[in-house]
Ligand binder design. Structure first.
Ligand SMILES: Cc1ncc(COP(=O)(O)O)c(C=O)c1O
Length: 390
């Protein structure tokens, strides 16, 4: 059981703001916020390098907490400024040859898909799109059928940006493992709202961001790369932190996930993200998923009971993201009408979900994303507000 009074007290804006935009950027809990501010204060007082030296334990705590959260080792974790760059640092480092094939799904995140298109064109790679099953998630039988002797990679998004679907990451991991494929999982919207265990899922790479369900600061992200794979990856960028200038005409990359990092980064943010992982684990990822899923299911059914409103989420397993359409009201009109009443939601745009939305003939949709600190009273008020928007 989650102590709702306590987590809401740790989220002071709950008092006067209905925040259903946790998949956009969630609200930092006070201990996370304080850890960021304290470090910034220290930087101002004694200097940035000196603050780093002083707070070394807290900086290292990021690796420890993220590794514990994901069931990984600390040397498999990198701090990156966002999920997109984290994913890129692994993807662009893959040892792929012309003619190699990459399996993916229509729910793949737009920026990842753009990188797939760009690299397919530049490096003569093939993208194989695995169809959805009748529930809208990646069809694992079709995934299996599409593996050829040139297939090298499976790229999958665990929870897509455009809906409440949770892709069957573990079933895909089993297939990737058996076929000896590199499995890149985008965990940007799953980590923090459900247990994500890289050993259980058997992914080789996992990327994520701080600001969403992790409730960390903006401008933070993380990358996990499995130990045996790290040494085989050749990062697209290099600096004095990720590599050693080991001879006059040579260099060596760091042997661990540090090879994917930048020297300069947001130290206060790294400390804050470590704290956010600690905070989430203190609550428990299973109770978090249970509460988020229950709240979202209740919101979906209440919205579907309204005349002219329908939700558009797919998947046999669904999460805290609720997407919906109201007849005669665009997603943008819905967002601004709700915003005027201090209710935060986001939109999922056609241009960010082209393959998925064109197959389902969907326009832009409104996106409400709930977290464990949200409550039933907020859902009730929100549904009333949606009913009145026209
Ligand atoms: C599934 C998914 N992957 C990746 C990203 C990109 O995250 P970031 O903005 O931290 O790069 C998002 C952001 O919306 C997302 O929804």
């Amino acid at each position: 059981m989650i102590d709702l009074a306590r987590v809401r007290a740790d989220t002071p804006s709950c008092e006067n703001l209905l925040h259903f935009n946790n998949a956009g950027a969630s609200l930092m809990p006070t201990p996370v916020f304080d850890s960021v501010i304290n470090h910034l204060n220290l930087e101002q007082q004694i200097g940035g390098y000196e603050a780093h030296a002083h707070a070394m334990d807290q900086v290292e705590n990021f690796y420890h907490q993220m590794a514990t959260l994901l069931n990984a080792n600390t040397d498999e974790i990198a701090f990156i400024e966002n999920a997109t760059r984290a994913w890129d640092m692994a993807f662009y480092a893959l040892p792929l040859k012309p003619g190699d094939r990459i399996l993916t799904h229509e729910s793949e995140y737009v920026s990842n898909y753009l990188a797939l298109l760009q690299q397919a064109e530049r490096r003569s790679l093939h993208i194989d799109l695995v169809p959805s099953d009748e529930q809208g998630q990646i069809d694992v039988n079709e995934l299996q059928n599409r593996i050829t002797d040139r297939t090298r990679v499976i790229a999958l998004t665990h929870v897509p940006t455009q809906g409440g679907l949770v892709n069957p990451a573990e079933a895909v991991g089993k297939i990737a493992q058996e076929a000896g494929l590199i499995y890149i999982l985008d965990g940007c919207q799953s980590v923090g709202q459900m247990p994500v265990d890289v050993q259980k899922i058997q992914c080789d790479v996992l990327s994520g961001t701080g600001r969403k369900f992790m409730r960390g600061p903006r401008g933070t992200g993380f990358l996990y790369v499995r130990k045996g794979l790290i040494e085989k990856l050749d990062p697209p960028f290099i600096d004095l932190h990720s590599a050693m200038w080991s001879s006059d005409d040579g260099f060596t990359f760091q042997p661990n996930a540090i090879r994917f990092e930048n020297w300069e980064s947001f130290y206060a943010g790294r400390i804050g993200l470590g704290k956010a992982a600690e905070y989430a684990m203190a609550i428990g990822l299973e109770p978090i998923e249970q509460r988020v899923t229950t709240l979202a299911a209740s919101l979906r059914s209440n919205l579907n009971n309204l005349t002219g409103v329908r939700t558009t989420d797919q998947g046999s397993r669904q999460c805290g993201i609720v997407t919906f359409i109201k007849d005669g009201v665009s997603a943008q009109q819905m967002q601004s009408a709700l915003h005027a009443q201090r209710m935060n939601v986001s939109t999922a745009l056609f241009t960010s979900a082209r393959l998925d939305f064109s197959r389902r003939s969907l326009p832009d949709v409104a996106r409400a994303s709930l977290h464990y600190f949200n409550d039933d009273e907020e859902i009730e008020r929100f549904v009333q507000a949606v009913e009145q928007v026209n």
